[in-house]
Design a protein around this ligand. Structure first.
Ligand SMILES: [Zn+2]
Length: 170
C-alpha cells in the first residue's frame, strides 16, 4: 500500500509542478528522462495497485502496476517497439513490446492481440483488455516494465516525466 500512495504523491507533484511553469524541476536528475512513452490506456487510468518489488528475488511482490480499465478497452503501445511476445500464460493473454532502448513493456490480460513481430508506434492499439480476476471484480490492466532479461522496474517512471513535459494541462 505504501507504494501506491508514493506513486499517487508523485503524480500530484508532477501535475502541480507543471502549473509552476518550471521546465527543469528539482530532483529530475535522479531518474533518467523517459522520452517517447505514454499511458497504455486512454484517458489516463487510475492506478489501482502500484509497483511492489519483492524484498528477495524469490519472494512475492507485485512486478508492475494495475491500471483501472474496462473489458474491451483498447490497450495502447506505451512506446514504439516490436511485439516480442504475444500469447497466453496461465490462461491470461499476455503481450510484450521490445523497445529500442533495451527495455520491455508488458501488458495483461489482453485479447485480440497483435502477433509477435508487429512493429508498433506509441499509442498504437495492441489489443483489448480481457476480463480477469487480477484486481478482484474490477477489470484492470497489469502493466510491467523490464530491463534486461528479468529485472523489473516501475512502469510509472515512464509516464511521470513525460506528463510534465508534454501534457502540462492534462
Ligand atoms: Zn498486477
Amino acid at each position: 500500500m505504501r507504494n501506491v500512495w508514493r506513486a499517487v504523491a508523485a503524480f500530484v507533484m508532477a501535475a502541480s509542478g507543471a502549473f509552476g511553469g518550471g521546465a527543469a524541476g528539482p530532483g529530475s536528475s535522479t531518474t533518467a528522462p523517459a522520452t517517447g512513452f505514454g499511458w497504455p490506456l486512454q484517458p489516463k487510468p487510475a492506478v489501482l495497485r502500484g509497483f511492489e518489488p519483492p524484498p528477495q528475488p524469490w519472494a512475492a511482490g507485485h512486478r508492475g502496476v494495475d491500471l483501472s480499465a474496462t473489458v474491451g478497452q483498447p490497450v495502447l503501445a506505451a512506446g514504439a517497439g516490436t511485439v516480442s511476445f504475444s500469447g497466453v500464460i496461465a490462461g491470461r493473454g499476455v503481450l510484450a513490446i521490445q523497445h529500442a532502448d533495451g527495455r520491455r513493456t508488458t501488458y495483461e490480460p489482453v485479447t485480440d492481440r497483435d502477433p509477435k513481430g508487429t512493429v508498433e508506434s506509441r499509442g498504437d492499439r495492441l489489443g483489448s483488455v480481457e476480463a480477469g480476476t487480477h484486481c478482484g471484480s474490477q477489470p484492470c490492466l497489469h502493466w510491467g516494465l523490464l530491463v534486461g532479461p528479468d529485472e523489473y522496474r516501475d512502469p510509472l517512471k515512464l509516464v511521470e516525466v513525460r506528463r510534465v513535459r508534454l501534457l502540462p494541462l492534462g
